[in-house]
Design a protein around this ligand. Structure first.
Ligand code: MTE
Ligand code: MO
Length: 350
C-alpha cells in the first residue's frame, strides 16, 4: 500500500488518463508530470544557457538566440522510469505510479550537436552534464537536478534543446523555457528548466545520475546497471465505461474494436498482441503506420465480446526482439516495470 509521503507526491505529479491513449499526440495539460522538487520561476528575458567546462569556446545563449537557430519538431514518447512502481512490491518510497506515467508530445527545439561543435569539446571529454534550475534534497543530499549523457549519446542527431511542446512555448511544469529531449530514453534524462551544459572528463557523480536510476537489489546498491532507454511497453485504451471506484470496465456484448499504443526506446515496435484470458492465449493486433521513430505506435484489435468476465492484456515486441514479461522484474527502486497491462472487463448481455 502507499503511505502519506507517497500520496503527497502523487497529488503533485499526475499521470496521463489512459483514455488519452486514443490520441496520437497528448495535449500538454494531460501529459504526465514528474517534478522532483519545485517548479522554478524563470524570467525568460534574463535566462541564459551556459555551455562550459572542457570546451574551447564557452557559450552563453539567450532564448532568442536559441530560437534563431535551425529548428526541428519530433514526436517523442516520454515515460517515467518509475512507471509501474506501485505494482512492484517492497520498493523504495517514491512516486507511486500505476501505468499512466507516459505521454507523447511534438517537441520543437534546436539540435544540441551543432552547439557542442561550436563550443568545441576537448579530446578528454567523457560526459556532458545537464543542470536544471531546480534544487532540493533527496536521500539527504542537497543538489540541483542534473543528469549526464556520454559524448556519443549527447551528439545524437535527434537530441534537442526544446522550447516548444505541441507548438506552444513549454508550460512552466514541463521545463520553461528550455528542456533537453533525448528520444528513446526514460524521462529522467530529459532535464527541464535547463541552465547549464558542462563538459567533464569523468563519469558524473551527481545524485540523480550515480545515486539512483540504477537497477538496485537493496538500498544504496549503486553498482547495478543504469536505467537508460525505455523497455517495450503497450497499453490499451480502457474499453467501455468504468466503475467509479474500482475502475473495472463494463461493456455490452458484441464486436468491439480495442485500441492502444505501444512503444520502445530500444527499437521501433514491430508487433503487438492482445489477450482476453489474462495472457494464456494471444492474437495479433493490427498496427497503424508509425508516427515517427521515437513515438508510440497505434494498434487495434477486433474483439467479439461474449457475456462474461475477462482480463484483457496487450504485449508489444520491438525490432530488436525485446518484449514484455507477464510479471514485473523486481528491483528496489521500482524502475522499468514493463509487465503486460491487465484490465478487468465485465461484459453483459445486450
Ligand atoms: N530539472 C528537472 N528535470 C526533470 C525532472 C526534474 O525533477 N527536474 N524530472 C525528470 C523525470 S524523472 C521525468 S519522468 C521527466 C518528466 O517530464 P514531464 O514532467 O515533462 O512529463 O522529467 C525529467 N526532468
Ligand atoms: Mo521519472
Amino acid at each position: 500500500m502507499i503511505d502519506l509521503d507517497e500520496l503527497q507526491l502523487a497529488a503533485r505529479n499526475h499521470g496521463m488518463p489512459l483514455e488519452l491513449l486514443r490520441d496520437p499526440i497528448t495535449p500538454a495539460g494531460l501529459h504526465y508530470l514528474l517534478i522532483h522538487f519545485d517548479i522554478p520561476h524563470v524570467d525568460a528575458d534574463t535566462w541564459r544557457l551556459e555551455i562550459g567546462g572542457l570546451v574551447r569556446q564557452p557559450l552563453s545563449l539567450s532564448l532568442a538566440e536559441l530560437r534563431a537557430r535551425p529548428a526541428r519538431t519530433i514526436p517523442v514518447t516520454l515515460e517515467c522510469a518509475g512507471n509501474g512502481r506501485a505494482l512492484i512490491p517492497d520498493h523504495t518510497p517514491s512516486q507511486p505510479w500505476l501505468r499512466e506515467a507516459v505521454g507523447t508530445a511534438e517537441w520543437t527545439g534546436t539540435p544540441l550537436a551543432p552547439i557542442l561543435a561550436e563550443a568545441g569539446l576537448a579530446d578528454s571529454v567523457c560526459e556532458l552534464v545537464f543542470t536544471g534550475l531546480d534544487r532540493g534534497i533527496q536521500h539527504e543530499i542537497e543538489h540541483d537536478y542534473a543528469r549526464s549523457l556520454r559524448v556519443a549519446e549527447a551528439l545524437g542527431e535527434d537530441v534537442l534543446l526544446a522550447y516548444e511542446m505541441n507548438g506552444a512555448p513549454l508550460p512552466p511544469q514541463h521545463g520553461f523555457p528550455v528542456r533537453l529531449v533525448v528520444p528513446g530514453w526514460y524521462g529522467m534524462a530529459h532535464v527541464k528548466w535547463l541552465r547549464a551544459i558542462t563538459a567533464i572528463a569523468d563519469e558524473f557523480e551527481g545524485y540523480q545520475q550515480a545515486g539512483t536510476y540504477r537497477i538496485m537489489r537493496f538500498e544504496d546498491d549503486v553498482d547495478g546497471p543504469p536505467v537508460e532507454r525505455m523497455l517495450p511497453r503497450s497499453l490499451l485504451v480502457p474499453p467501455g465505461i468504468p466503475d467509479f471506484l474500482s475502475r473495472e470496465r463494463h461493456l455490452a456484448a458484441g464486436r468491439v474494436v480495442l485500441r492502444g499504443r505501444g512503444w520502445s526506446g530500444q527499437a521501433p515496435v514491430e508487433r503487438v498482441e492482445v489477450s482476453d484470458d489474462g495472457g494464456a492465449t494471444w492474437a495479433e493486433a493490427e498496427l497503424e503506420p508509425p508516427l515517427g521513430p521515437y513515438a508510440w505506435r497505434g494498434f487495434s484489435f477486433g474483439w467479439d465480446a461474449a457475456p462474461g468476465e475477462y482480463e484483457l492484456c496487450c504485449r508489444a515486441t520491438d525490432g530488436a526482439g525485446n518484449t514484455q514479461p507477464p510479471e514485473p522484474a523486481w528491483n528496489y527502486g521500482g524502475f522499468c516495470n514493463n509487465a503486460v497491462q491487465r484490465i478487468r472487463v465485465s461484459v453483459s448481455a445486450r
